[in-house]
Ligand binder design. Structure first.
Ligand code: NAD
Length: 713
């Protein structure tokens, strides 16, 4: 069965409907590209046709490439000739379509992203349905790729080199009106009139030649030999390097496609694009990013780890204990998604902080045109502040977000238990306290689970779902339903100190402090942190988390574990700063940095006296290796200990939770990318040179000797 329907009416108007059998979305796969090729040939040879309307039978127009297929190219066996043919296939068909002699109009009835928009760009006219939910864009760069179906060449030839740069390099997605303003949409019409408008164009004065194939064509805004455009390239290169630290080859490749591709004609430009596309596919970044940020994330969002056989439940009403930063954040998100929220604090006034929090955010959204006063009123109406536990009756779930104190948590747990129905689950948002211990305060420990949200809740996409020893399968299943209903991505972890995210993330910060203790210059440490691709350098991040808080967690761990507590050279640094100097982090204005009233910060000048810089400073690369290895090793230890089972979830959690260098695809992808034997050898070398925290766990040695990795090859 073909992916395209070919229907010609009495007026000679052909409708080409993209409708992939058995799939909810249209994507570019080997099969759909072949089918497009066949219908384009039929159109070209159809003497009775006046031209074609391209449209889609799905809700979205075309979602882009089949990423499973791309992943198999990234990680599968590599035959250069086969790869060249496969990767260039869409580009060849689209070029044939725009030069086949018949006018083609794209009637865009839904989102057209990536290869979907590339199809539209190869049409001679683009008409979009007036629906603000429709998005148009070329997001390939966000997965380490570039648009390989002619997108870099046609967009720049249509709207100009400078205007196309942010769309290509940042993968910006535009609503129809913004796309029309940007110049790559010709017409916006009411959805019901879409096909009629396309027909009218075909039966009027259609053109079947692209501007770039017409005589005298000039790139809008100037070609690559224009002085202003050349300057744009220089600025874009510098900005790209500052932003990506050279870790993402896609941006660089896109600039090359523009620079080299627009210096020649379109056919040669398409070949330039293909060469860079194949280069990216064969490099280490694209495959890792596609696997983690698309495929594994999709699995997590589909709740792949939800226990089978437990019926789905949609939460209608939830309770939240504590209207502080986290409680108010969860309330805002839930109410925004239509869930009724009972929020409880020590007094009704304290609970009303959730209204203040939501009001501030909504007012900002209204001022930006992203919300309306009526929506604000409706949302606030779904948040019910209280100090009375009886109001929690009828809630499907409770999220506990009171102080990080075992006694306080135990008291609110018992009070909530007394009024909750038998089906309701209780999720604690603790960041450090083991769930099994907290569940001891509950009369129904099987209904108790950890729901670790991140701050700020409305922006952070991850929730770490922590199973306690007694947590039932039903509770886990419903907790995952709840996370999904809140629009977040869940990962499932086993109860243990620091769970998964805090445990691994902590090693990045402590490694930065350990470097300081060794006499490595703080500016070098911070530069290496940035260079490694982490969102913030380690000492600045330590200040954000709070040095006082970290010192306290360290003391608690040592008290709980005694001699078994892990020893780390960062402890000395932390204690010298917190106990010796009273520097407790950003909140107090003094930590590794001094914070000025103007919001600026500088590394504290006293660091040099406290930890004199040694004469032989290491290279930035050596420090980057330490930052990535320390986290990757801890993530591997978490897998070994069963804290987290699925490598995909571990990698998704790392990138979404603490921003672990996304170009690696996550810490376990990083290990696989280096290769197990090489990774183990390097870790051993670091252990000998720096400290035993780098000694690889037995699991990695076993993987290395068995010739396997975390992901199947
Ligand atoms: P917060 O201090 O901002 O808020 C705590 C709220 O709990 C306050 O409004 C307080 O009045 C209320 N409260 C205290 N005792 C209470 C009681 N007996 N009954 C009812 N309400 C009570 O704290 P937060 O930052 O929102 O953190 C809450 C929880 O979330 C903690 O367990 C924390 O470890 C965890 N957490 C925090 C973050 C973060 O970045 N702040 C991130 C993840 C998890």
């Amino acid at each position: 069965m073909s992916c395209f329907r070919y229907e010609r009416d009495a007026d000679g108007v052909v409708t080409l409907t993209f409708d992939m059998p058995g799939r909810s979305q249209n994507v570019w796969s080997q099969a759909s590209i072949d089918d497009l090729s066949a219908v384009v040939e039929r159109l070209a040879g159809d003497a009775e046709s006046k031209g074609a309307i391209l449209t889609s039978a799905k809700k979205d127009f075309v979602a882009g490439a089949d990423l499973e297929e791309l992943k198999s190219i990234c990680f599968g066996p590599r035959d250069a000739a086969d790869l060249n043919a496969r990767c260039g296939a869409l580009s060849v068909v689209l070029r044939r379509m725009e030069t086949c002699g018949k006018p083609v109009v794209a009637a865009i009835n839904g989102a057209a992203l990536g290869g979907g928009l590339e199809l539209c760009l190869a049409a001679h006219r683009r008409i979009v349905a007036d629906d603000p939910r429709i998005k148009l864009g070329l997001p390939e760069a966000t997965l380490g790729l570039l648009p390989g179906g002619g997108g870099t060449q046609r967009l720049a030839r249509l709207i100009g080199v400078t205007a196309s740069m942010p769309l290509l390099m940042e993968g910006k997605q535009l609503r129809p009106d913004a796309a029309k303003k940007a110049g790559f949409v010709d017409e916006i019409v009411p959805a019901a009139e879409l096909m009629a408008a396309a027909r009218a164009w075909l039966l009027g004065k259609p053109v079947s030649t692209q501007p770039w194939d017409a005589k005298g064509y000039k790139v809008p805004g100037g070609g690559v030999d224009d002085g202003t455009v050349l300057q744009t390239f220089m600025v874009a290169n510098a900005m790209l390097l500052a932003k990506t630290q050279g870790n993402y080859p896609a941006g660089r490749a896109i600039l090359s496609c523009l620079y080299e591709g627009l210096a020649v004609d379109i056919d040669a430009g398409l070949l330039v694009e293909k060469r860079y596309f194949v280069q990216l596919l064969l490099g280490p970044v694209a495959g890792a990013m596609i696997r983690t940020l698309f495929l594994s994330m999709q699995e997590a969002n589909k709740l792949a780890r939800r226990p089978a056989g437990v019926p789905r439940r949609k939460p209608a009403r939830i309770g939240i204990l504590g209207a502080g930063l986290m409680g108010a954040g969860v309330a805002f998100v839930a109410a925004g998604l239509g869930i009724e929220v009972v929020i409880l604090d020590r007094s009704r006034e304290a609970a009303e902080a959730a209204w203040t929090y939501a009001t501030q955010r909504l007012d900002k959204q209204i001022s930006r045109g992203q919300s309306t006063p009526a929506q604000k009123e409706a949302l606030l109406g779904r948040i019910h502040p209280t100090a009375d536990y009886a109001d929690l009756a009828g809630c499907d779930a409770v999220v506990e977000a009171v102080f990080e104190d075992r006694a306080v948590k135990a008291q609110v747990t018992a009070a909530a238990d007394a009024v909750l129905g038998p089906e309701a689950i209780f999720g604690s948002n603790t960041s450090t306290l083991p769930i099994t211990g907290l569940a001891a305060a509950s009369s129904r420990p099987d209904r108790f689970i950890g729901l670790h949200f991140f701050s700020p809740v409305e922006r952070m996409p991850l929730v770490e779902v922590i199973r306690g020893e007694a947590t039932s399968e039903e509770t886990l299943a419903f907790a995952l339903d709840l996370v999904q209903a809140l629009g977040k991505t869940p990962i499932v972890v086993r109860d243990s100190r620091g769970f998964y995210t805090s445990r691994v993330f902590g090693t990045y910060i402590t490694e930065g402090m350990a470097m300081l203790a060794e006499g490595i210059a703080p500016t070098l440490i911070e530069a290496a942190g940035r260079r490694s691709g982490m969102p913030m350098p380690p000492l600045a991040l330590a200040d954000e988390v709070g040095l006082g808080l970290m010192a306290q967690v360290g003391r608690q761990t040592r008290a709980d574990l005694g001699d078994a507590a892990p020893h780390n050279p960062s402890t000395v640094v932390l204690e010298a700063l917190v106990d010796g100097q009273g520097r407790t982090g950003k909140r107090s204005g003094q930590g590794f940095y001094d914070y000025g009233m103007d919001g600026g910060k500088r590394l504290w000048s006293g660091l040099g006296a406290q930890w004199p810089a040694r004469a032989d400073q290491p290279t930035v690369e050596a420090l980057v290796t330490r930052f990535l290895y320390t986290q990757a090793l801890e993530a591997a230890r978490c897998v070994e200990a069963g804290v987290i089972e699925d490598p995909g979830e571990a990698d998704v959690g790392a990138i979404l939770g603490w921003g672990f260098a996304p170009y690696t695809g996550g810490p376990l992808s990083f290990i696989d990318g280096v290769g197990l034997p090489a990774f183990v050898a390097q870790a051993d070398a670091l252990a000998d040179a720096v400290g035993k925290r780098f000694r690889p766990p037995a699991l990695l040695r076993r993987f290395a000797s068995e010739g396997r990795g975390f992901y199947p090859r």
